[in-house]
Design a protein around this ligand. Structure first.
Ligand code: 13P
Ligand code: SF4
Length: 319
């Protein structure tokens, strides 16, 4: 049975590769995508890497294997290209925690403040922002804002608390969270550390355990070494680290990529339950359908795109 499934999958993969060439398309996939989707992608990476790749591609079509806000960002950066998201239900619970009207009201209460917005937001929210950032450059972006300016940081409170701690700068935080990362709790990590005492700990700054772990770590209460990184930062770090075992606190889709990139090392999920159902909406069958039918095209109105592009480009210049 397993062979039947895998041969069906390889037939689908072959069709995708053929059609991709015919239609001059590039396939971009986030690190949390299913292994077989990552397998057929031209580029796999984190939010920052994917937006940089979208900005530089020469292809006419971009099939975005990720979630809606990522495809929107690609469409903002490449308005002349066709950006396709294979399933419109691939949303993001974090992006849903704030809309443009709420941000306008927050700005009105804090006139003159600089708005730094995590890339996990809608195009309308980005259009109301001064800077965009991702988990790999949030510290750099906040450091680039003049010291006398107040900052509104949204929507992830854990990433915000982490940036606040690292930069030493007081931020006004929006109280949003990602249900997947917020669900990873300090006690789960402490259990894993007891089971794998030689492991290094890699934590995505969106995690619910981030803030408390920063304090435990500063107090010397967390054994071993810990690092906060974006998804791609985790892959890079694990490859070059002399350590052989890692506890990985983020969505479990990243583990497959880490195991491929460093097959001699061991990777343990901080929580087996950290699965993003939105990322898993994309399957290779849907990628094929997307290429065959040119669906589902993600478009952003030119007015919103022009404003949002300023915030995204400011970030890309810093990255
Ligand atoms: P990265 O930018 O680290 O890939 O994170 C994106 C994301 O959606 C985290 O949940
Ligand atoms: Fe959004 Fe969380 Fe899924 Fe990332 S893991 S796409 S932040 S819901």
């Amino acid at each position: 049975m397993a062979t039947a499934v895998s041969s069906a999958q390889s037939l689908t993969a072959e069709k995708i590769l053929q059609l991709k060439r015919q239609k001059n398309a590039v396939i971009l996939a986030h690190n949390y995508q299913l292994p077989e989707v990552q397998e057929i992608a031209d580029f796999v990476g984190d939010s920052l890497g994917l937006s940089q790749e979208a900005a530089r591609t020469q292809c006419e079509r971009i099939v975005f294997c990720g979630v809606h806000f990522m495809a929107e960002t690609a469409s903002i950066l490449c308005p002349q290209k066709k950006v396709l998201l294979p399933d419109l239900e691939a949303g993001c619970s974090l992006a849903d925690t704030v809309n443009a009207e709420q941000l306008r009201a927050w700005k009105a209460k804090n006139p003159g403040a600089v708005v730094v917005t995590y890339v996990n937001t809608t195009a309308e929210v980005k259009a109301e922002s001064d800077y965009c950032c991702t988990s790999s450059n949030a510290v750099k972006v906040v450091n680039a804002v003049p010291a006398d300016k107040e900052i509104l940081f949204l929507p992830d409170m854990y990433l915000g608390a982490y940036v606040q701690e690292i930069t030493g700068r007081k931020l006004n935080l929006w109280m949003g969270e990602c249900h997947v990362h917020a669900g990873i709790r300090p006690n789960q990590i402490a259990d894993m550390q007891r089971q794998h005492p030689k492991s290094e700990l890699l934590v995505h700054p969106e995690c619910g355990c981030t803030t408390s772990f920063l304090y435990y770590h500063a107090a010397g209460d967390v054994p071993g070494t810990m690092h906060f990184c974006s998804t791609e930062g985790m892959v890079r770090y694990a490859k070059q680290s002399p350590a052989n075992e890692f506890i990985v606190a983020t969505e479990t889709g990243i583990l497959d990529r880490m195991r491929k990139q460093a097959p001699e090392k061991k990777f343990y999920p901080a929580s087996e339950d950290a699965v993003c159902r939105f990322m898993k909406k994309i399957t290779i069958e849907k990628v094929l359908h997307s290429l065959e039918e040119d669906v589902y095209e993600i478009k952003v109105s030119p007015e919103i795109a022009a404003k949002a592009r300023l915030a995204i480009e400011r970030m890309l210049q810093l990255a």
